[in-house]
Design a protein around this ligand. Structure first.
Ligand code: HEM
Length: 441
C-alpha cells in the first residue's frame, strides 16, 4: 500500500512538467500500469486487485483537455511488457535533458547509502553475525521476530549450523539477538538500496529526467543490485553447511559486486551532473595510468576480503616481518587453492600488493604532479597517494592488534573512500581534455 502515496506524490510533483510535455495522459497510464504490475507481481495480489487497478477510470479533472486515455484490463505479464515497452519509448525520446542535477543527487544519495550498507556489512562480519539468519525471505524477512517463541524458533535454526555447534555452543538467546540485529540491519539496508536504485530509476525515467547517455547505465545499476542480493544469499548459504564461516571466495565476490556498484554509481552520477559532450579526454597514457590505479586499489580490497574471509588477520601479528620470517611455510597440498584458502599466503599477498599500490600511487602522483598544470587535478592525485598511505598504516595497525574491531572497521571505511576517490580521479582525467590540451598533448 505504501506504493500509492509514493506514486501520488510523484504524480503531483511532476504534473506540471508532464502537462507541458503534452504526453500527460500517456504517461499517467504508464504510471498506473507500473503500480498495478508491481503490486500484482511483488505482492501476488489476487487477479481481482490487479483488474481493479488496471480498469479504475482516470479522473477527468486530472487530464488536460482532449487527451484520449484508454485503459484496458490486461494480465500482469502483459502489463509488465507494455510498461517496459512504454519506458523504452521514453528512453528513446528526443526530449530528454542533456544533464540532470536531480539524477546526480539521486545517484550520490544511492552511493552514500551503499557506503553505509558496506560499513554495516563490515561490522556484521567483524561481530561474526553474518550467519545468524539462516533463511532468505526477501519480502517477509523485513519483519524481525515479534515474540519470544518466534525468537526461540530463529535461535533453533541457528543452533543447527556448524558455527553454533563448534564456536558458540554456550551462546544465550540474548547474545543471539545481538548478532541477529547486525545481520537484519544489513539486510534491511540492502532492501532499501534496491528500492532506491530500482524505484528511483523507474520514477526518473518515467519523469523523463534521466539524460539519454546514462539511461542504460542507470538500468544496469538496478540489475546489479538484484544480482548483489542473490550473491549475498549464496555467500550466507556457503557458510551454513560444512564450514564455520562463509567461503572466503564468496565474501570476495560479494565485495566485488558492491565495489562495482559503487564505481558505476559514482561515475554515472558525475556523468549525469555534467552535460558537456564528451571531448577527446586526456591522452591514453594518463587515462590508462589512472585506470590502473583504480584497478590496483580494487584488487587490493578483494585481497583484503580473502584475508578477512580466512581470519588471516589473527595470525602473524607482526610487521614488517611475519613472525620473524619474510614468508613462512605455505601449505600447497590443495595446489593453487592456497591463494584463496591458505592464511599465510593470503596475508602475504595482501601485504605485498599493498607495497605495490603504495609505490604506484606515489610514483604516479610525482610524475603527474610534474607534468599536469591543473592544480585541482594535481591535488587529487596527491590526496589519493596520501589516502593510500593512511590506509596502509591502518592495515598494519589492524594486523598488529589482531583485528581490533574499530581499527578493522576504519580500515574498511578508508578502503571504500579510496575506491570513490580513485573513481572520481579517473573520471576527471578522462574528462579533462581542456587541461591536457593546454599541456600541448
Ligand atoms: C592500499 C592498501 C590497502 C587496502 C586498499 C586494503 C583493503 C582492505 C580491505 C577492503 C579489507 C577488508 C575486506 C573485507 O572486510 O571484506 C582489508 C582487510 C585487512 N587488511 Fe587491508 N588493505 C590495505 C593494506 C593493508 C596492509 C598494509 C595490511 C597489513 C600489513 C593490511 C591488513 C589487513 C588485515 C589484517 C585485514 C583483515 C581484517 C579483518 O579481518 O577484518 N591491509 N584490507
Amino acid at each position: 500500500m505504501w506504493l500509492i502515496p509514493g506514486f501520488a506524490s510523484a504524480y503531483f510533483l511532476f504534473r506540471r512538467r508532464l502537462k507541458s510535455a503534452g504526453r500527460y495522459g500517456q504517461i499517467a497510464a504508464v504510471g498506473r500500469r507500473v503500480t498495478a504490475g508491481v503490486s500484482a507481481l511483488v505482492y501476488r495480489l489476487p487477479r481481482r486487485a490487479a483488474r481493479f487497478a488496471f480498469t479504475r477510470p482516470v479522473r477527468k479533472s486530472f487530464l488536460p483537455k482532449g487527451v484520449p486515455v484508454r485503459l484496458t484490463f490486461t494480465s500482469p505479464s502483459k502489463a509488465l511488457s507494455k510498461t517496459l515497452g512504454a519506458l523504452a519509448r521514453i528512453a528513446h525520446s528526443a526530449r530528454l535533458p542533456l544533464k540532470s542535477p536531480t539524477v546526480a543527487t539521486w545517484l550520490y544519495f544511492a552511493a552514500f547509502l551503499l557506503v553505509v550498507t558496506l560499513i554495516v556489512g563490515g561490522a556484521t562480519r567483524l561481530t561474526q553475525s553474518g550467519l545468524s539468519i539462516t533463511s532468505w525471505k526477501p519480502i517477509s524477512g523485513v519483519v524481525p521476530p515479534q515474540d519470544l517463541p518466534a525468537w526461540q524458533a530463529e535461535f533453533e535454526n541457528y543452533k543447527h549450523i556448524p558455527q553454533f555447534k563448534q564456536i558458540n555452543p554456550h551462546m544465550t538467546l540474548g547474545q543471539f539477538q545481538a548478532i541477529y540485529w547486525w545481520e537484519w540491519g544489513h539486510r534491511i539496508l540492502a532492501r532499501l538500496l534496491g528500492l532506491v536504485y530500482l524505484g528511483g530509476f523507474l520514477f526518473l525515467l518515467w519523469a523523463r529526467e534521466i539524460p539519454k547517455r546514462v539511461i542504460w547505465r542507470c538500468g544496469m545499476l538496478g540489475v546489479l543490485v538484484l544480482v548483489q542480493g542473490g550473491v549475498g544469499w549464496l555467500m550466507v548459504a556457503s557458510g551454513l553447511h560444512g564450514r564455520l564461516f562463509v567461503a572466503p571466495e564468496m565474501l570476495m565476490l560479494h565485495l566485488f559486486v558492491a565495489l562495482s556498484l559503487l564505481i558505476v554509481t559514482v561515475w554515472t552520477g558525475a556523468e549525469a551532473g555534467d552535460g558537456a559532450p564528451r571531448g577527446r579526454g586526456a591522452p591514453v597514457s594518463w587515462r590508462l595510468g589512472a585506470g590502473v590505479m583504480l584497478g590496483l586499489i580494487v584488487g587490493q580490497c578483494l585481497l583484503g576480503a580473502l584475508v578477512a574471509g580466512n581470519q588471516a588477520g589473527l595470525v602473524y601479528n607482526t610487521w614488517p616481518d611475519m613472525d620473524g620470517q619474510f614468508l613462512p611455510r605455505i601449505d600447497w597440498s590443495n595446489g593453487a587453492l592456497a591463494f584463496v584458502h591458505d592464511q599465510t599466503l593470503v596475508q602475504f599477498v595482501h601485504r605485498m600488493n599493498a607495497y605495490l599500490v603504495f609505490a604506484y600511487a606515489w610514483g604516479f602522483a610525482v610524475v603527474f604532479g610534474a607534468k599536469c598544470q591543473d592544480t585541482g587535478l594535481k591535488a587529487h592525485a596527491v590526496t589519493l597517494a596520501g589516502l593510500v598511505t593512511v590506509q596502509a598504516a591502518l592495515g598494519v595497525m589492524t594486523l598488529i592488534t589482531a583485528v581490533d574491531f574499530h581499527l578493522a572497521l576504519l580500515h574498511q571505511f578508508v578502503a571504500i573512500t579510496l575506491v570513490i576517490v580513485a573513481t572520481a580521479f579517473l573520471w576527471r582525467v578522462a574528462r579533462a581534455d581542456r587541461v591536457f590540451r593546454k599541456m600541448g598533448f
